[in-house]
Design a protein around this ligand. Structure first.
Ligand code: DOR
Length: 439
């Protein structure tokens, strides 16, 4: 595959910025969308014949763990970005629990340099909070925000005491994204259920109350300082109901596809592959989360792509690590839900692209309109195909959705006007760019 200067995507059903799906042509030049109209001609452009397919803005996945540096046996920025390209994810925001932890400018610069070398899609990184790195949190640049693990984490990245959280909320104004689980409650319940090796106990140890306690604390601090707060992977009906009653304008929340379509029944089928933090919840929680998402109480979708090897996952609970991969399947999972009537295709595009761009202040992304970056995905909403382990590109080599019959699979993915994935073929020459954040 060659690197093209202009692309003309013809005949797709295009998701227009108002939310309508209409057959149109899209002309891309030097990485930008320049025209959306019917019957465009351009003799210079490489034509992408897309009749029968649907063109959506590329997915921006705002919570991933890509493991580089330090944990490359699970995943690295190259393999993860290949998986992104295949999944229609054209930009990602990555978390700081790599080794070394991303808690300093130097660690951030190292990640940016690695990404510039190997990432096929666009990238941005969080700076991680410790109890001691407030100056780094205030100054690190460029970052999409500050990540605080209030629970579910060991070592320096855990900031679970209100006395340590308060100064982070009090100083500066950049976005704070919280993993909200109450560490003290988790530790107490771990003791209570010690000796149980069935991973299903994970959802009882790190229960709904643990998530609610931490979300309440984060909300309290955010309100006290009117500080921009984002609640990562909101997982319980209780937290959704809390936000429904009391959600300041400067607060946003996300949900993962896993917390929408999987629940505690999954442990019986896939064992520790269903183990993640915060844990899977009940079918009732699934329903409340869906309603909150449809009503705008929850703003957008993130995968929390958190790969571990099958060997690591095979250890008996609690030694089995928490986390599951997601970037390759998130768009088809959500589009399949749309085709089954849970929501609309334009809702999915909003939750996975525009709403994320707005929340993180990422300019020129999230819509198909002149002036926007040409980060695009052509999907096939007519064919169903199963998730097959043999086709996965994530280094961990498994998915919690293996065997699920899905539609909306990406056919072509375009990053900055370059075709990075085309009907099963990757163009590994393409490189993404560092995202910028207007916050
Ligand atoms: O399940 C999880 N795994 N949740 C997280 O927040 C971290 C992640 C990981 O890095 O493995």
């Amino acid at each position: 595959m060659t690197i093209a200067d202009s692309l003309l995507i013809t005949g797709a059903r295009v998701l227009l910025s108002g939310g309508a799906l209409k057959v149109a042509d899209v002309l891309v030049r030097a990485g930008n969308i320049v025209r959306v109209a019917s019957a465009i001609t351009d003799s210079e452009a490489t034509v992408v014949e897309a009749a029968g397919l649907t063109l959506l803005p590329g997915v921006i996945d705002p919570q991933v763990h890509f493991r580089e540096p330090g944990l490359e046996h699970k995943e690295d920025l190259f393999t993860a970005s290949c998986a992104c390209a295949k999944g229609g994810v054209t930009s990602f925001l990555e978390m700081p629990n790599t080794r070394p932890l991303t808690t300093t400018q130097a660690a951030l610069d190292d990640k940016l340099a690695r990404a510039a070398q190997k990432c096929l899609v666009n990238y941005g990184f969080f700076i991680g909070a410790t109890a001691e790195n407030l100056p780094d949190l205030l100054q690190a640049h460029p970052v999409c925000g500050i990540k605080i693990f209030m629970g579910s984490m060991h070592g320096q990245l855990l900031v679970d005491q209100e006395t340590n959280l308060e100064p982070i909320f009090a100083q500066g104004d950049r976005l704070i994204a919280v993993h909200a689980e109450d560490q003290a409650r988790i530790l107490e319940r771990r003791q209570q259920f010690a000796g149980i090796t069935d991973p299903a106990i994970h959802s009882q140890i790190q229960d709904n109350q643990a998530a609610l306690n931490a979300t309440q604390l984060a909300l309290k601090l955010s309100k006290k300082y009117q500080r921009r707060l984002h609640i990562l992977h909101l997982s319980t009906g209780e937290e959704a109901n809390l936000l429904r009653q009391d959600k300041p304008l400067w607060v946003t929340a996300e949900v993962t596809p896993q917390h929408l379509v999987l629940n505690t029944d999954a442990y019986a089928k896939i064992g520790s592959l269903a183990q993640m933090n915060p844990p899977l919840r009940s079918p009732r929680d699934n329903e409340i989360l869906w309603q909150a998402l449809r009503d705008g109480v929850i703003d957008f979708i993130a995968t929390d792509h958190a790969p571990h090897t099958l060997e690591e996952k095979a250890q008996p609970y609690p030694n089995s690590p928490s986390g599951m991969p997601g970037v390759e399947t998130s768009l088809p999972i959500m589009l399949t839900q749309a085709m089954q009537g849970r929501c609309h295709v334009d809702d999915v595009a909003h939750w996975m692209s525009m709403a994320v761009a707005q929340a993180y202040g990422i300019p020129n992304k999230g819509a198909i309109a002149p002036g926007y970056d040409a980060d695009l995905v052509l999907v096939d909403l007519k064919t169903y195909r199963p998730v097959l382990r043999s086709e996965l590109l994530t280094k961990c080599g498994w998915s919690p959705f293996e065997g699920w019959d899905l539609t909306g699979w990406p056919v072509v993915t375009i990053v900055g006007g370059q075709i990075v994935y085309d009907r099963g073929q990757l163009n590994t020459e393409v490189r993404g760019q560092a995202l910028t954040f207007e916050t």
